[in-house]
Design a protein around this ligand. Structure first.
Ligand SMILES: *[C@@H]1O[C@H](CO)[C@@H](O)[C@H](O)[C@H]1NC(C)=O
Length: 392
């Protein structure tokens, strides 16, 4: 075989592989598939088609959603894909159907599943949930509602600069994922909207939530079973029910929660601040190695709380003792104001008491007076300035 042609071919391949022209992302506009930014035209099929093209491509792809309002039913951004570099760039607003019955019985509105290497940048997601909230708040029989944005069984995901508005149910759910970064997001719903948790994480590892502002009617962030290596930093929460590990221990067999860091967070007028909550039921679940660091409370009803006696309507909680073992939880530099007298409450399980609770530099006041603390079955140490005085 002649060497020269082989050499030239080789050089050509190397050139192509490193050339920015060849590697530049393929640009796919949803408009080219018939999506219309008029707030009326149903653009569901157009989004699905744009996704299919990006997913099937072997080179990086950008799906662009221009300014304007796009009306969408349920969209499944389904993998596995040939592509591991898909950017969904949203400049406009995606709007869910105004009639909550259309997607209210589907579990999700927008769902990414079995994908790897997807970035969602910008955009507003408007779940138009208020109709369903009124239905629920009036005690009628209503569908349970759809989560606005769900990430399921996926890895290497970035969500950046997104605004999620008025979800029917949870705003963002991360389930069964690895390596997810959620940053610079804003989540907004009424303080009286039921079950509109901001970000819920479960069965996932390596999730990071940064620089975000969450105001909603339920937990700002909730952490479910099987969450490990979760990092939450620089989050403002309120209105809402706080940042909550739990509810856990509903099931007898349940994966534990391990390695959670929550730092530099602010709570404004919330029901809870830093909470761990487990059902008063038998379970093999656990919580270990949690660091709560640098938190500011402003008029928070329960700034620091461990509640192991959760049992709504006092039903199905034999003996009322939680099996979930809580150990190694540190509270460091937590200060501000409590809206109730008892600012620190460790109500642990009599079956599996809390161990290794550490408090360092905590200062919480109620009506300009030192607040109170209460402990049940809680063991640990306190150091530095502690107010209310420790009951550990
Ligand atoms: C939790 O963190 C420790 C210390 O960094 C690490 O050794 C351990 O593997 C982590 N646990 C999980 C489940 O990743």
């Amino acid at each position: 075989m002649a060497l020269l042609p082989l050499l030239i071919t080789l050089l050509f391949i190397i050139f192509c592989a490193s050339s920015p022209f060849v590697r530049a992302a393929q640009l796919i506009s949803v408009l080219s598939y018939g999506a219309r930014p008029d707030g009326k035209t149903d653009s569901t099929k157009a989004f699905a088609a744009a996704w299919s093209q990006a997913c099937a491509s072997t080179q990086p792809a950008t799906i662009s959603v221009p300014k304007g309002s796009f009306s969408l039913g349920q969209v499944r951004f389904q993998g596995p894909c040939k592509n591991t570099a898909i950017l969904l760039r949203i400049d406009g607003t995606l709007v869910a159907p105004s009639d909550y019955k259309v997607i209210g019985s589907a579990q999700n509105w927008l769902i990414f599943e079995h994908v790897s290497g997807v970035t969602l940048s910008g955009g507003t997601l408007d779940g138009q949930g208020s109709g369903l909230w009124s239905c629920k708040n009036s005690g009628k029989d209503c569908p349970s509602g759809a989560t606005t944005l769900s990430l399921s069984n996926s890895k290497n995901i970035v969500i950046s600069g997104l605004h999620s508005l008025n979800s029917q149910l949870f705003h963002i759910v991360v389930n069964g994922c690895r390596n997810v970064r959620i940053q610079g997001v804003k989540i907004t719903a009424s303080g009286t909207s039921p079950n509109t948790d901001g970000i819920h994480v479960q069965l996932s590892s390596g999730v990071t939530i940064l620089n975000s502002k969450i105001g909603t009617g339920d937990d700002c962030v909730s952490v479910g079973p099987g969450t490990t290596n979760l990092w939450i930093e620089n989050v403002v929460c309120g209105p809402g029910h706080g940042i909550s590990i739990g509810s856990l221990g509903r099931d007898l067999k349940e994966p534990g929660v391990q390695n959670v860091t929550v730092k530099t967070v602010t709570f404004i007028g919330t029901q809870n601040g830093l909470r761990i909550k487990t059902w008063g039921r038998p379970s093999n679940g656990f919580v270990k190695n949690v660091l709560f660091q640098h938190a500011i409370m402003t008029n928070v009803q329960n700034p620091i709380v461990i509640d192991q006696n959760y049992c709504p309507d006092n039903k199905n909680c034999p003996g009322q003792a939680s099996g979930v073992k809580i150990s190694g939880v540190t509270y460091q530099d937590i200060h501000g104001t409590s809206a109730t007298k008892v600012a620190v409450r460790f109500d642990c399980s009599k079956r599996s008491p809390c161990t290794g609770i550490r408090m360092e530099n905590v200062r919480l006041t109620y009506n300009n007076q030192p607040a109170g603390a209460s402990c049940n079955n809680a063991d640990g140490t306190a150091s530095g300035f502690i107010q209310p005085s420790s009951c550990l």
